[in-house]
Design a protein around this ligand. Structure first.
Ligand code: ADP
Ligand code: DP6
Ligand code: CO
Length: 352
């Protein structure tokens, strides 16, 4: 190997927005969830992470990560777990074929850009860690499947495991102690229900006050509602949601999506001290969606909110004017609404 050669690979990864939410860890070290979840992967043309992974003896000695031009701390256990697992897979390839360059022992230099607000409840950790894991897997030329990579991405950020796939994706909580069965699987490809649309209402691009990681930790420790949510509410929602997706039953999909979002934010409010992710503009968006559905005489729009005030509205293409048109004109009048809207549709997962 020529000494200072730079090896590199790039990829992009989409965000995914959960319709059955992950909120709570049963094992913080391995990032194992207290419940399964389901999401829709959004179009990379709108919200995506672009990541380049490089390695070279000329770098280092430390691994580095630059996110939106700022150096990040990579010493955290979760980033380290991703690096360690990917290096172990590369190292196994190198042992099997000694002619391969020994990339596993070289320092990594990762450069990543999110083209949407980071840490604002729009799943930057999901697209971010999916892209990081895929970029390094490409650099190392690993033959791993999306499910294999989802097991690694999960350790970076739980929601990231679902961004390895496009379309409709479940994260199965698994039951093994080592987390080997806590992975993402495809429920249906994007092509199964191609008329699905998502409208993202960016109410605030600011960094959230309580990160997802610490928010869910306080919820698990203090909320009374949480246990019922994990044991009773979510399993029922998982079953109904997977059926609704397979049957392309929008009314059920929408109803479960909205009830899920409300259940999740109720447990946030039941956390002590309470966590408020929704704001007045978020609540106004909920009212507008209710009015749209009332006027239509059926459920044609569903709201959902992750750990932040920004709304994601799911609807079918045929109802674009009634849903997206009405929301834009109704919310355009409100203060605190930045008038930014991004159209998205479910599509393929992380680029190979
Ligand atoms: P979000 O709602 O945006 O997912 P989180 O609180 O879950 O917010 O996570 C935000 C954190 O995820 C960031 O502070 C950063 O540590 C990490 N992150 C976001 N984007 C990237 C990226 N492209 N590459 C690596 N890590 C990222
Ligand atoms: C509300 O995946 O960001 O968006 O695993 O601690 O990184 P960590 O948390 P993260 O949590 C996402 C929470 C959510 C719901 C969801 O995406 O399922
Ligand atoms: Co996140």
């Amino acid at each position: 190997m020529s000494d200072n050669k730079i090896y590199q690979a790039s990829t992009t990864a989409p965000v995914n927005i959960a319709v059955v939410k992950y909120w709570g860890k049963r094992d913080a070290k391995l990032n194992l969830p207290t419940n399964s979840s389901v999401s829709v992967t959004l179009s990379q043309s709108d919200l995506r992470t672009h990541t380049t992974a490089a390695c070279s003896a000329a770098f280092g000695p430390e691994d580095t990560l630059l996110l939106n031009s700022s150096p990040q701390d990579v010493s955290g256990a979760r980033t380290q777990a991703c690096f360690r697992e990917l290096r172990a897979l590369r190292s196994a390839l190198e042992s099997a074929d000694p002619s391969l360059p020994k990339l596993s022992s070289l320092p990594l230099r990762i450069v990543s850009e999110n083209n949407f607000p980071t840490a604002a409840g729009l799943a930057s950790s999901a697209a971010g860690f999916a892209a990081l894991v895929r970029a390094i897997a490409n650099l190392y030329e690993l033959p791993s499947s999306p499910t294999d990579l989802s097991r690694i991405a999960r350790q970076g950020s739980g929601s990231a495991c679902r961004s390895l796939f496009g379309g409709y994706v479940a994260w199965q909580m698994g039951s093994k102690e080592d987390g080997s069965d806590s992975v993402a699987v495809e429920v249906a490809p994007a092509s199964h229900w191609p008329t699905m649309r998502a409208l993202i209402l960016v109410v605030s691009a600011e960094k959230k006050g309580v990160s997802s990681t610490s928010g869910m930790q306080i919820t698990v420790a203090t909320s009374e509602l949480f246990q019922r949510r994990a044991e009773v509410v979510v399993p029922a929602h998982m079953k109904a949601m997977e059926k609704a997706i397979l049957e392309k039953d929008f009314e059920t999909f929408a109803k479960v999506t909205m009830m899920e979002s409300n259940s999740f934010h109720a447990t946030c409010l039941d956390t002590f001290p309470p966590i408020f992710y929704l704001n007045d503009v978020s609540r106004a968006a909920i009212r507008v969606v209710e009015d749209i559905n009332k006027k239509a005489g059926k459920t044609i729009a569903a709201y959902t909110f992750d750990a932040g005030p920004n709304a994601v509205i799911y609807y079918e293409e045929e109802n674009a004017d009634a849903v997206a048109g009405t929301l834009k004109s109704a919310l355009g009048e409100l203060d605190g609404w930045q008038g930014r809207e991004i159209k998205a549709q479910s599509t393929e997962g992380v680029d190979a």
